[in-house]
Write a protein that binds this ligand. Structure first.
Ligand code: SAH
Length: 347
């Protein structure tokens, strides 16, 4: 049997000392996504496009509407971390019905999920990151539950100031502890006085991704919709969590066998995007976004076409928009090229 990721990380730590939380998270998620399809009832977690076709269809409509108001240029649909390809397939159907037939570009690192995507959108082209995306046309970009899976580091406030958190191993489990001090200048001013024990999470990988994306939009035109759970303001609090078979798990055991995520810091993402001069809209709640795009009209239409499924559609609609379910925790941030119209639902 080859070594497990846990064994490899333990050896690395024994050999050269504790590792950064973001390194731990990156290794864990790379292994996790490369070795399984985690989505759906039989997997570890469920996402909005897997709950209902209405989600992808309304996203497709939103993109097609902006594209039409932008003068209907040749455009590319780009999705970051497309999971099973369900959102892409649903959005594409809605876009085509609205007269938009973009090329399809999927940014995905997992070979397992790439094959799941190929079953739903065989015409797509795959990319490892943003660098190989087309440069000659506007990009219509969607990222649902992508940024929460990118590695984040943690900073912890101790009696001696702020420190980077590093992950060691105590013989039975991985253990996060205070590592080297970080200068106070690296801490957002409103959080510097947070009480001892406070944790701040930052995701340099997410910010780097967002900057590249915003630069592309500024140079090529287009827009992006970023949907994820998170907070509108940079704040203190540990949100790193592990999910396995639809329940919370311990993030510090068996790395690579559960989905590790952090809440997305939308204020930090928005700030990174503004540096490139793109328009930043939102974040607004997923509930408000889907409601202003017409989820109730879509629900009525679907229920009329298939009356036997009306109750199923209504439950799915509530799951997506009710404040106690995904409607409030999930936020939608939009970016638009400087001279592009802005999407509905984000005003
Ligand atoms: N958007 C989908 C899946 C979300 S799960 C949905 O809503 O159902 C996260 C997705 O991001 C998976 O497809 C995973 O393989 C992909 N992913 C994670 N890290 C990635 C990275 N660094 N680069 C590209 N894709 C990544």
């Amino acid at each position: 049997m080859p070594d497990s990721l846990s064994q490899r990380l333990q050896r690395m730590i024994a050999h050269s000392g504790p590792i950064c939380v973001s390194h731990y998270m990156a290794e864990a998620n790379a292994h996790y996504y490369a070795t399984r399809d985690p989505l759906g009832a039989a997997g570890d977690f469920t996402t909005a496009p897997e709950i209902s076709q209405m989600f992808g269809e309304l996203i497709g409509l939103c993109l097609a509407d902006v594209w039409a108001r932008a003068g209907k240029p040749e455009a590319a649909y780009v999705e970051l971390g497309p999971g099973r390809g369900t959102l892409a397939a649903d959005a594409l159907r809605a876009m085509r019905a609205a007269g938009l037939s973009p090329d399809l570009h999927l940014v995905e690192t997992s070979p397992v999920l790439r094959s799941a995507q190929a079953e739903r959108v065989p015409e797509a082209q795959w990319h490892h990151d943003l660098s190989t995306l087309p440069v000659d046309r506007p990009l219509l970009v969607v990222a649902n539950e992508f940024f929460d899976a990118l590695p984040a580091r943690q900073l912890i406030r101790t009696a001696r100031g702020w420190h980077q958190r590093l992950v060691g191993h105590d013989g039975s489990r991985f253990v996060p502890g205070a590592g080297p001090a970080v200068p106070e200048a690296a801490i957002p001013p409103h959080l510097r006085a947070a009480p001892e024990g406070s944790v701040i999470e930052t995701s340099p990988a997410s910010l780097a991704y967002l900057r590249l994306l915003a630069e592309r939009l500024a140079a090529q035109g287009g827009m992006a919709l970023i949907v994820d759970y998170g907070h509108d303001r940079t704040s203190a609090g540990e949100t790193l969590q592990a999910v396995r078979t639809h329940a919370y798990a311990d993030p510090w055991i068996e790395p690579g066998e559960s989905d590790l995520t952090v809440h997305v810091d939308f204020e930090a993402l928005a700030g990174a995007a503004r540096e490139s001069g793109v328009q930043v809209l939102g974040p607004v709640s997923q509930g408000k976004f889907l409601t202003s795009l017409g989820i109730d009209a879509r629900l009525a239409a679907l229920s009329q076409t298939a009356p036997a499924r009306a109750e199923e559609f209504r439950v799915a609609r509530d799951h997506l928009v009710a404040p106690g379910e995904m409607g409030r925790l999930f936020r939608v941030l939009a970016l638009a090229a400087p001279d592009w119209p802005v999407p509905e639902g984000l005003a």
